[in-house]
Ligand binder design. Sequence first.
Ligand SMILES: *Cc1c(COP(=O)(O)O)cnc(C)c1O
Length: 496
Amino acid sequence: MSELMYGSTRGNGGKVTASQAILKGLAEDGGLYVPEKLPKLSVSFEELAGLSYQETAYVVMKQFLTDFTEEELRSCIARAYDDKFDTEEIVPIKEAAGVYYLELFHGATIAFKDMALSILPHLMVTAAKKNQVRNEIVVLTATSGDTGKAALAGFADVPGTRIIVFYPKDGVSPIQEKQMVTQKGKNTFVVGIHGNFDDAQNGVKKIFRDKELSEELKEHGFQFSSANSINIGRLVPQVVYYAYAYGQLLKKGAVSSGEEINVTVPTGNFGNILAAYYAKLLGVPIGKLICASNENKVLYDFFNTGAYDRNRKFILTSSPSMDILISSNLERLVYKIAGDDAVKDASLMKELSEKGRYEITDEMRKELADFYGAFADEKETAAEIKNLYEKTGYVIDTHTAVASCVYGKYRAETGDGKKALIASTASPYKFTRSVMKAIDEKYNDMEDFALVDVLSQISGVPVPPAIEEIRTAPVLHKTVCEASAMKDIVKQFLEI
Ligand SMILES: *Cc1c(COP(=O)(O)O)cnc(C)c1O
């Protein structure tokens, strides 16, 4: 098989192998790496139905990461998807009210980011070895809450790596913050910034583009990489669970072979839903890709008008991991619907960075027929949690509730009765306060960890170890800075 190469969505920076793309994170021209050609699944649906999660991961990932040997890939997979997950299935599917919830939150930090971030460190260290990289890899990450902890857990004490995480000081849930600032591991560093997620993400992007800093780093034996969802080493492992979910639905007899399902994804940076789209292109029978937004509904507007416009008020919602106005991974879709036209993509992204807005052509809009965008406001999200709980006893988190509510709107509007899979992206325990308050206002007076115990009683789901751990864990990271000081903070941590 010939090697699958990756190029930048903005056209410059040449072609690189998968392992090089994983090491670099972002292409040098500021674009994102995309495969030259999207691969196809090499197994039948019936075969898929017989595979474990780890085996599915191998058959999917080998199509994308062609310069990894079988042994390398299988070893990365085995180290990632092990008993860090609290269930052998890795991603169980729960049926409630006639809808299938794909629970992507059974890893170390109880949010779906674990799906990719438990394997990324292994892919990165393997990629470094393959490319004779001797520098220590410094992973730089901006987080809206969940990536940070999942990346810290993934990289903590992995030899040859360091990790620095920036999060918006007042933009994450108390449990999210506690999870991050209690992180152990000598190679970890967590910093709160005064600003929102976009400020943190822009700060990180600026540091990546800083040529002078990159030279300085090299002199001291370091090089940057990214654990953000723009890295193909995160995107590719996320394609896996859509293939696996389809196999499991087939195995259960919930669908017949080849029968299309609709997939709804609670969306922020557009990574998870892009993975679902790649799964569809890979050959997994997916009908509509339903993009669910919270009140920061940039993507809803994009799908409905063709204009992407970040010039609006940033709203803090109860689904903070979706509080995003610049969905970085959307660039990969824009590139695709432009007919793999890097010049077009680069000019739209230039407009976005200069004016905060761009508009796609009618031709490009036609290519979006597989997508449907809608949003749920705060009231609707809370009502979705309460209604589903009262009807079925199943408790979902705020992000999943946005998706669940949006799916209901889609179904009502279109009458499309295809089987529905909802990406369930966080454990309700990660957002206990919002979840319990949605179920009954009276819980609002209770203290965080007391609420955790009530949630366990009403849902019948035991408190996950990830939550037990932070009840008493000491705070180890106390640095807070302005967004403008991020570069200095990085230099300080690396002592350069
Ligand atoms: C990150 C995250 C999302 C958004 O996923 P994207 O890939 O950024 O679109 C949704 N829900 C939860 C719980 C998350 O952590």
